[in-house]
Design a protein around this ligand. Sequence first.
Ligand code: NAD
Ligand code: WQD
Length: 343
Amino acid sequence: MKNKILVTGGTGYIGSHTAAELQKHGYSVVIADNLCNSKKEILLQIEKITGKKPEFELIDLTSPEDTQKLFEKHNDLSGVIHFAAFKAVGESVEFPLKYYHNNLFSLVNILQAMEKYNVANIVFSSSCTVYGEPDSLPVDENAPVKPAMSPYGNTKQVSEEIISDSVGAGSLKSISLRYFNPVGAHSSGLIGELPLGVPNNLVPFITQTAIGKRDVLKVFGKDYPTPDGTCIRDYIHVEDLAEAHVIAIERMIKCNQKNDFEVFNLGTGSGNSVLEVINAFEEVTEVKLNYRFAERRPGDVPEVWADTKFANGELGWVAKKNLADMMKTAWKWEQNLAEKKIF
Ligand code: NAD
Ligand code: WQD
């Protein structure tokens, strides 16, 4: 058995795929989650995929005392992958303090516990949202961090600053991974995204419309300065993301970092428009999607995609899955949920 990794938010969408991937690589995994946006049954699903159920701690990481106790109990950790956070951009505009409280307090508590219990390595879930509307494309890691367009986005910027300051002052080491648009589900169809209520993001909205949970998908804007008038994003398969996390934590454990705080973009390096995503979905699933054009959504940037050369070169990681894989797995997951094969 290799090292033990604490995965906060590990029953969530990206965390569950990463926990499975870590176990596949022989790591021992402890998941810490308060289940505010996920289900405990995900642990059984991970067991079905990997043959092993991760250890689980039900904990709200905004509690400093409980976070300290977590580290006291698991005193043999080689690193932390910190996913736990709220992530709905629109909700963060409505309830900024809810977001600052959850996303920042939990991070500070984790870092303090890491210092106290001598755990050096933390991988942080950041986002392409820190780039705002980039000046040039593709956007690389040296592009300026723009004023945040939402409290959620600001929590990612401030979190990176908190981590950078903490690394500079002490014994911590970190890798911040800036995800572009994570989509799709595990190829087994056993884990995937579980949006509570009406989804904000495109792909869950597509699959929920196709399965009949939603009447119609609104395509936000058709007059953007892009080839087909709809926004362009860099969609990345969640299994590719999970693999990058394993590589990142391993890089730290093996002391292969070039700097104690490194930042990597995680995307495919190319963009697709909303209409291209819809077409890919229809082609792969042979399901006709009910969609119509609607007003632009406030805050949407016309186009963004990643320059992934740094991650490709330094991490030796390349996203392997294409848009068809993303649509196929997202659809399989939605069908499994509808047929109650999961819960
Ligand atoms: P998710 O909501 O599926 O997973 C987050 C998990 O954290 C959930 O299981 C939730 O119950 C848990 N959690 C939240 N607050 C907690 C707390 N105080 N204590 C303990 N557990 C808590 O989200 P996800 O899509 O898997 O995102 C994971 C991370 O990646 C987040 O930090 C998110 O901001 C970041 N991210 C996500 C995306 C995306 O589009 N999904 C893009 C960029 C960055
Ligand atoms: C994608 C495209 C929409 C829904 C968000 C966060 C970002 C990051 C990833 C966390 C856009 C269009 C969407 C719909 C649509 N998350 N769309 N109809 O906004 O690129 O990024 O998730 O860090 O911070 O902002 O993703 O999936 O919401 O939208 O037309 O019903 O689909 O306008 O062009 P986004 P998304």
